[in-house]
Design a protein around this ligand. Sequence first.
Ligand code: PLP
Length: 381
Amino acid sequence: MKERVYLDFNASAPSKPEVIEAVGAAMVAGGNASSVHARGRQARRAVEEARARIAKLVNCRPGEVIFTSCGTESNNLALKGAKVTAIAVSAIEHDSTLAAAQASGTPWLLLPVDEVGLLKMEALEEVVAKTQPPFLVSVMLANNETGVLQPIAQIAEKVHQKGGLLHTDAIQAAGKVPVDFAALGADMLSLSAHKIGGPQGVGALIVREGVELQPRMVGGGQELRRRSGTENVPGIVGFGRAAELALDDVEGRARLATLRDALEKSVAGMSPHSTFFSQPVARLPNTANFTMPGVDGSTQVMAFDLEGIGISSGAACASGKVASPRVQMAMGATEEVAGAAIRVSLGPTTQKADIDRLLAAWQRLWERTQSSRQAAAAGQE
Ligand code: PLP
């Protein structure tokens, strides 16, 4: 049997052997990072070492890193914990940000994006001008489906001018493009270990020194009283190792962009009416989001799975069902076009042979659907 091809790195990036080894070693070492004895102190050292590595990955101070249980928790902590009068989130945020805004109990609204997925600056300016400070704006650095990159530094400036705070979800950006917390000017920034090849179930919220944040999880006062609960030492150690490995892989990123661009070019050659979301603007080097006209995204996912290829369409819900394609629809696509989109996301282990397998399967499915459409049309005549 042929080996399976994995092209769904934005869903979860498999851990590198070095990460698995580091997690295993931390599990063997054991210990509670809050214990005062030698084993506890060893666990504490491991956590602080990981904190420093994550701080280095995103250019912040180690004291600004708060470990959480996942990216979803980081987004929840930022949106529910900030002491603000109102919240504005972009229309293409991850469900965890949208749901946290909704559940925050604070008045909130959506900020629109344009047809390439970039935040509409006039809408932002209008909202910040008429909102009572301190308010919170949340705009993701990179979108998980299209990979579009937002001009966060510019957004932060507009938000700060009017006395607001800016949170950015950098969960998909970290490790794929340089992320510089200081240069972005954000007040809070979310990360998730499993998107950069660390273990699942660990995340971090970077909180700029001086930003007031009400903890959501209370108890023993860990993580500078901002997130209680015994630290997941093996998970955090794996996160730190993954952060270290992800740093400065400029060549790797360029290689992925070349493979991704070749994939899109070949698809466009086979199907000139395919839509390529966010293609004209700056986006993640590993992400492609495009349509097979008239073929539902979930049908494509199943067809490719049968061919041994893992991709995705839309964001997968806990049930394994696929949510409505709201990201592409927020960019102005009709439900039919948005529903025909798939996401292909590459990673460090992706090779040209993987892309060739996907293209061959894509062509087979495309030709099959074309011929059944022609047969159906002929039957109607
Ligand atoms: N934000 C973005 C942009 C994501 O892609 C994801 C994961 O899909 C999350 C948040 C949630 O992260 P986690 O899976 O660690 O809860």
